[in-house]
Write a protein that binds this ligand. Structure first.
Ligand code: SAM
Length: 254
């Protein structure tokens, strides 16, 4: 299905992961694609610092989606990708984290390939792992957490998330779960997860605005925890291991 290209497709599209925010966490390939792009079509969570590394002569097109805008904006993104690529431009389709993790990157690649447009995937560092790690929380730990599950908290009507399926995963990493946090925590407790289990929300991870809130599943379920998006919601015993000195050392040396 997907074309695994290793060189820049001429008159094509590179679906590039921008990583979790800090430009130091871009891959070298992402940097090279940005430097030679004719057009950069970027999402809401892509940081200004990452955009500043792109070819200054490129055309920059914002393609962020607000609430209720998912489908109309996605249709416009498909249209723009096709138009620019058919005009012979090299388009960098820049998405936060990894383009294939809750980023609709695979749908865009399928669409482009169906229209005969060369397309490559440039993987990025996903916030699902990088944001907890940067904040000093390991997603696995010997004898304590041998599995982790990454789940979206943003359930579309036709695909409701079955939290009971995920209840036995040692560490749960929930993306897009800020708005629905109380309902998620309530369902997890109802499905058998320990209400006293530690939880962290990491807001704006891997940026200078990173902020960590430590709490429990029961407090989240009770609606007692204020959180601002974007944030990673992580539930598991590993939260107790948070190495605060790791996080502060990294912040100080950045
Ligand atoms: C549409 S998903 C995209 C995920 C992305 N493709 C990835 O691999 O990281 C957006 C969600 O990712 C999480 N996220 C992305 N970047 C983040 C950051 N720097 N700090 C905290 N959460 C982040 C948030 O939960 C946000 O709602």
């Amino acid at each position: 299905m997907l074309l695994a290209a290793t060189s820049r497709p001429a008159g094509g599209v590179s679906l590039v992961g921008a990583g979790p925010g800090d430009p130091d966490l871009l891959t070298l390939r992402a940097l090279r694609r940005l430097a030679s792009a004719d057009v950069v079509l970027y999402d809401r969570l892509v940081s200004a610092e990452v955009l500043a590394l792109a070819n200054p002569a490129a055309e920059f097109v914002y393609a962020g989606k607000g609430p209720g805008q998912q489908e109309p904006v996605q249709a416009e993104i498909f249209r723009l990708l096709l138009e620019f690529a058919q005009a012979g431009k090299h388009v960098v389709r820049l998405k936060s984290g990894d383009p294939l993790v809750f980023g609709r990157g695979a749908e865009e690649a399928e669409f482009l390939l169906a229209h005969g447009i060369p397309c490559e995937i440039v993987p990025g560092i996903s916030s699902a792992i990088a944001v907890p790690g940067h904040a000093g929380i390991p997603v696995t730990y010997r004898h304590l957490a041998s599995s982790f599950t990454v789940v979206t908290g943003h359930a579309r009507k036709e695909g409701r998330i079955r939290w009971a399926h995920h209840v036995h995963s040692d560490t749960l990493v929930i993306l897009m779960g800020v708005e629905t946090r109380a309902a998620i925590a309530t369902e997890l407790i109802a499905a058998g997860r320990n209400p006293h289990q530690p939880v962290a929300f990491i807001e704006n991870g891997c940026t200078s605005r990173e902020h960590v809130i430590e709490t429990t599943l029961a407090e989240v379920a009770a609606g007692l925890v204020e959180v601002t998006a974007p944030a990673i919601f992580i539930a598991g015993e590993v939260v107790r291991l948070r190495h605060k000195e790791v996080a502060s050392h990294v912040a100080a040396s950045a």
